[in-house]
Ligand binder design. Structure first.
Ligand code: F6R
Length: 605
């Protein structure tokens, strides 16, 4: 949801900001803009469209701020693109988030004579700061005092022409500062924006401001009380945020899965057992929990649904996956004996963060499964399990999903073992299964050519159904989500047996039905569902275990996957779903990495 970048101290600050914005484009891509300081004025370049297509030759400057937009308030126009300025043009602002009380603020500023140029909520911040500055206070004081008037969420970068200062601040939206030790300072929504320049980063917490300049960021609260913060060294490399010869980030990330799943397990498996040092205190008290809730949004929620099956099967506790976005609007039966597991790639999803806060407020112990180190959800959880998937740039989540499933399986096995619900032999069997995953995923990726051929035959369809049962039902949900979000084909998923309670009316010769039909406890039943579709002329695309010749005869298309432990099979089955959606979207000419209307990190509620 919008990307912010700022650079101070580089003679090519506009170029650094432009490159940084290109790396953050997954956060929003309807328009972009950069403001730079030139002597005693601020120059602004704004454009509707994608920053990746920008070949702007921007005049050199050593102070710049920039923004790539995902519109919330106001249509996609050049005027609504950030940066926004005050009446004098001496203050420029970029913002990620939503200012909920902007209408009231705007009205009162208009009464004081301020003239607004855009329809955005953001512009009020520039005018508020201008108004505060009239009191004769410093720019930093004017920013801090203005921010205290704002309701809602924000990460901002503010540039002041008079002092040349750049100030960043956050409340419920991500912001990270960085410095290279040689006089350059950076500010961004995500570390990938500045990885080429430095890996020394400092994550801001809510209510904090940062002043860039003098070679090192200085942190304060909104009342300008200084805060000591410790820099962290980011382990991601800038190459990891490149396509590395793949046509799209999504394809690169799909193909990275064997390596990334191995990275999720690295240093956590020893012999036939699992050691999760980072959550050891939770595991030690495993017997004390009487309920598990799994919280996430979108793909991360589907990971939670798989986790629900796995925890239930291994731990025998009441387990529930919940949409994080719904959680705090109910009265969930969550208390001191609840283990809450929050799942998030970005660690910044506003709804998941709010659910973490709600669970903590109700006394639950919160473990988060997160990819981005130092992100808000990671910081606010009691314990964090980092999945180590590396930067995920494609808007559609792929490798983070399978790494989340791997982490959940490891967590569930450890939890079950510690609470005495499963014995050594079962742990050993599951660890053996986990160890085989990277190799098995390689085998699935080798089917990509075949999946591409299937994609060619179905890329013109307008609808699709995805059916699975048990632990594979969430994978059907994920398959449908992947297809709809990147190819814009309408897709629905349901437990296979539910089809005959209504959706079967949709089946005709045009309807492809993707079945997850691996040899598990529901295999025979799924065969029955396949017959029902065939009898009505539907086209069956089956994901089946290698060598299933019976199914090969029945299905119109078959994609073979290796047989894994039943509870780990979803990790394997997710991959053909991703490849099918990817190839169909690519054949249809869709912008796979930046699907319309989407942004990768949903930092507004
Ligand atoms: C779908 C997708 C989204 C995210 C969801 C949660 O491909 O990427 O559904 O899974 O927005 O994001 P995170 O995991 O960052 O909390």
């Amino acid at each position: 949801m919008c990307g912010i970048v700022a650079c101070v101290g580089d003679s090519n600050a506009p170029g650094v900001v432009l490159e940084g914005l290109k790396r953050l484009e997954y956060r929003g891509y309807d328009s972009w803009g950069i403001a730079s300081l030139h002597g005693n004025s601020i120059s602004i370049s704004k454009k509707v469209g994608r920053i990746s297509e920008a070949a702007a030759a921007l005049p050199a400057a050593s102070v710049s701020i920039g923004h790539t937009r995902w519109a919330t308030h106001g249509g996609v126009t050049e005027c609504n693109a950030h940066p926004h300025t005050d009446c004098s043009g001496g203050i420029a602002i970029v913002h990620n988030g939503i200012i909920e009380n902007y209408s009231a603020l705007k009205k009162s500023l208009e009464l004081k004579g301020h003239i607004f140029k855009s329809e955005t909520d953001t512009e009020v911040i520039a005018h508020l700061i201008e108004e505060e500055k009239k009191k004769g206070v410093s720019f930093a004081r004017a920013v801090g005092d203005s921010l205290r008037c704002l309701e809602g969420s924000f990460a901002i970068a503010a540039l002041d022409c008079a002092s040349g200062a750049v100030i960043g601040a956050r409340k419920n939206s991500p912001l990270v500062a960085a410095f290279d030790g040689n006089g350059k300072c950076f500010l961004a929504s995500d570390v990938t924006a500045f990885l080429q320049h430095t890996k020394k980063a400092v994550f801001l917490d809510d209510g904090e401001m940062v002043s860039l300049g003098n070679g090192r960021p200085v942190f304060t609260d909104f009342s300008l009380r200084e805060i000591k913060k410790t820099p962290v060294e980011i382990s991601w490399s800038s190459e990891q945020a490149e396509k590395m010869g793949h046509k799209h980030f999504m394809l690169k990330e799909i193909f990275e899965q064997p390596e990334k799943i191995a990275a999720t397990m690295q240093n956590r498996l020893s012999g036939g057992s699992i050691t999760l040092k980072e959550i050891a205190p939770v595991l030690r008290k495993a017997k004390q929990f009487d309920r598990v809730v799994l919280l996430g949004c979108g793909t991360a929620y589907y990971a939670g649904m798989v986790g629900e099956y796995v925890f239930e099967e291994l731990c025998g506790l009441p387990v529930q996956a919940e949409y994080a976005s719904e959680f705090r609007y109910r009265k969930p039966a969550v208390g001191k004996k609840t283990l809450a597991i929050a799942i998030s790639q970005s660690g910044e999803t506003a709804d998941t963060l709010a659910a973490v806060r709600e669970a903590k407020a109700r006394g639950a112990t919160v473990v988060s499964i997160v990819n981005v180190v130092g992100s808000a959800i990671a910081r606010e959880s009691d314990f964090v399990f980092y999945i180590n998937a590396g930067p995920e740039i494609g808007v559609a989540s792929t490798k983070a999903f399978t790494c989340q499933l791997t982490a959940l399986a490891m967590l569930a096995v450890s939890f079950a073992a510690e609470s005495g619900k499963i014995g050594e032999a079962a742990v050993k069997e599951l660890v053996g299964g986990l160890r085989m995953l990277p190799q098995q995923l390689e085998a699935v990726l080798q089917e990509s050519g075949r999946i591409k051929e299937i994609a060619k035959r179905y890329s013109d369809r307008r609808n699709a159904l995805f059916l699975g049962r048990g632990v594979n039902y969430p994978i059907a949900m994920e398959g449908a989500l992947k297809l709809k979000e990147i190819s814009y084909i309408h897709a629905e998923a349901m437990p296979a047996a539910e089809m005959k309670h209504g959706p079967i009316a949709l089946i005709d010769k045009q309807m492809p039905v993707v079945f997850i039909a691996v040899k598990d406890r529901s295999y025979e039943k799924i065969l029955g569902n396949i017959e029902e579709v065939k009898a009505r002329g539907g086209k069956v695309i089956a994901i089946a275990n290698s060598g299933d010749s019976h199914l090969q005869q029945k299905a119109d298309e078959i994609i073979f996957v290796p047989k894994a432990h039943e509870l780990l099979q979803p990790i394997i089955n997710a991959v053909p779903m991703q490849l099918l959606a990817y190839y169909i979207a690519d054949i249809r000419g869709c912008d796979v990495d930046k699907p319309r209307n989407l942004a990768k990190s949903v930092t507004v509620e």
